[in-house]
Design a protein around this ligand. Structure first.
Ligand code: HEM
Length: 236
């Protein structure tokens, strides 16, 4: 993460931008997003009887090929993150695995916060709040399940026992249900929910306003202030 501070104060607090995601984190996120969307689409061709025409003949061959190609991209995404931004990769991993009293506080206050905008009971959060940590943990677990079950379905036919093969299909399908539920919630929060919409700019531009960071990730912002990390005014 860059380490410079604004040379002069910004005119308006809403104009102060703080760096939230590095280029490596953003590229990994979008590679994961594109791969996941293709995997979901092509997987649905194979899974849903209504989409049967895309699962047979030449269209079926193309769907299966696209699914496998997207699977390679899907497996590459965390490697892009690890190689490009190792410091942030391990920071995010540690954050997702570290739960404390503020996460319990988030769970208690979340309903009032997201439905009524009741900020008074919400404790300051780190880089990721408890909901984001839960999402990250589910992504990590389902990533492992997708890779293991998918590779068995890809290369294991006639090699592993029929029970293991069928078990892999079931694990693959259950992972789809878990990730699609979270995917819908994720899209709703970043694209629709009025309190959270600004969060999406962090995935395009890397930055959020200091005001947003203070309200949603106050503990993380305090850490950043101590480290004097990158910040700039919007109009610079
Ligand atoms: C490393 C990641 C993955 C690998 C290696 C993989 C591989 C495979 C393979 C080999 C098949 C069988 C295709 C065929 O009939 O020939 C399959 C089916 C399927 N995949 Fe994946 N996949 C991966 C990730 C995903 C993800 C992320 C999703 C959705 C979010 C997904 C959704 C599906 C669905 C819905 C099916 C159809 C399952 C069924 O027929 O019950 N896959 N996958």
């Amino acid at each position: 993460m860059a380490t410079s501070t604004a040379s002069k104060p910004c005119k308006d607090r809403r104009q102060v931008l703080v760096m939230r995601f590095t280029a490596g984190e953003r590229v990994a996120h979008w590679v994961h997003f594109i791969a996941f969307t293709i995997l979901l689409g092509t997987g649905m061709f194979l899974y849903m009887p209504a989409l049967r025409p895309f699962a047979v003949g030449e269209a079926g061959e193309a769907s299966r090929l696209a699914h496998r190609a997207a699977a390679v991209l899907f497996m590459a995404a965390p490697l892009v993150y690890l190689i490009w931004s190792p410091r942030d990769f391990f920071y995010s991993l540690r954050e997702a695995l570290t739960w404390g009293p503020d996460d319990l506080g988030w769970l208690r206050a979340a309903w009032g916060y997201y439905t009524r905008g009741d900020t008074a009971r919400m404790p300051p959060q780190g880089k990721y709040n408890a909901g984001q940590k839960f999402n990250a943990l589910t992504q990590i677990i389902t990533f492992i399940l997708f890779v293991v079950s998918g590779l068995i379905m890809w290369f294991g036919r006639g090699v592993v026992s029929p029970a293991i093969f069928v078990g892999s299909v079931i694990v693959h399908d259950l992972s789809v249900i878990a990730t699609v539920a979270l995917f819908i919630l994720h899209i709703y929060l970043v694209a629709v929910h009025p309190l959270m919409r600004e969060s999406i700019t962090a995935m395009f531009e890397g930055t959020v306003t200091e005001e947003f960071a203070r309200e949603h990730h106050g503990k993380w912002l305090a850490e950043q202030e101590q480290e004097r990390v990158y910040r700039r005014c919007r109009d610079e």
